[in-house]
Write a protein that binds this ligand. Structure first.
Ligand SMILES: C[S@@+](CC[C@H](N)C(=O)[O-])C[C@H]1O[C@@H](n2cnc3c(N)ncnc32)[C@H](O)[C@@H]1O
Length: 258
């Protein structure tokens, strides 16, 4: 049986740290850092920074004279990101909404979104804001999931499909943002430099459960009528058998025409 703990939301800071520390998280975040192509002296903007993962790597890449500006609207994330700033003089955390970035026009060289556009009310407005605050030639690197690419192996594939449909329809605001990024960038008059996908494979139920809240969301999907109550037994079985799941992440690089 699923216990009550499985239904409660995990601590969001611990969740983001766990993802960043996982093998899959380290791998794609390293790719994002490379795609950002940071150089000493640049100003880099972290749009929807969360608690401040990848702090040291970004600051080191723009040191000694550059700046890392991190923006988030959640006071809990802002407090945590600021608490992690000890001995990081190049990093500043600003409270604000990414639809109206608290930055001057033409003031940044690079920007990143890491699983942020999937949650915002208007991704186009965020891209327009990037365009406003970026200098000519400025680059944005986006790492965003496409939730219809969440694949969970099961002898009962209809169950996996129903769970995926629930997540995409009811939980994630912009569930298919990954595949739409390049189009949205073109509409925002950005030049798309590259689009690649990363599809990490999870062969360990606990890691996949931490990343996607599988148990918790099965309970919610049952409540919402996407799954029948026997799905509790289904997810229990998946957790105790050889497990395999995969997810689809898009990494998109776009630039302001130079
Ligand atoms: C999934 S977390 C990702 C955090 C971070 N980018 C990382 O990789 O760990 C999404 C973050 O976006 C922030 N966020 C969502 N909508 C926002 C908005 N409209 N304005 C500012 N921050 C927002 C949330 O508060 C949260 O910290």
């Amino acid at each position: 049986m699923i216990n009550n703990d499985a239904q409660s939301r995990p601590d969001p800071i611990a969740y983001l740290d766990q993802v960043a520390a996982s093998a899959a998280g380290r791998d794609y975040k390293q790719q994002v850092l490379k795609l950002l192509d940071l150089h000493p002296g640049q100003t880099v903007l972290d749009i929807g920074c969360g608690p401040g993962t990848d702090l040291a790597a970004m600051a080191a890449a723009v040191a000694p004279a550059g700046q890392v500006i991190r923006v988030d609207r959640d006071p809990v994330m802002i407090a945590e990101a600021r608490a992690r700033l000890t001995e990081q003089p190049l990093i500043e955390v600003r409270s604000g909404d990414v639809h109206a970035l608290p930055l001057d026009d033409g003031s940044v060289d690079r920007a990143r979104t890491d699983r942020v556009l999937q949650h915002v009310a208007d991704p186009k407005q965020v891209l327009a804001e990037f365009r406003r605050v970026a200098r000519p030639g400025g680059r944005i690197v986006m790492a965003e999931l496409d939730w219809e690419g969440l694949l969970i192996d099961s002898p009962q594939p209809a169950m996996s499909r129903a769970l995926g449909q629930f997540l995409a329809a009811e939980i994630i605001r912009n569930a298919t943002i990954g595949r739409s990024l390049a189009r949205l960038c073109r509409e925002a008059e950005l030049v798309v430099r590259s689009v690649v996908t990363v599809a990490p494979v999870f062969r360990d139920f606990t890691t996949a459960d931490q990343a996607f809240g599988l148990r918790r969301n099965v309970v919610r999907a049952i409540d919402a009528g996407y799954l029948k109550p026997d799905a509790e037994g289904w997810i229990d079985d998946l957790s105790s058998q050889p497990f395999l799941a995969s997810a689809l992440l898009f990494l998109v690089v776009a630039e302001i025409p130079g």
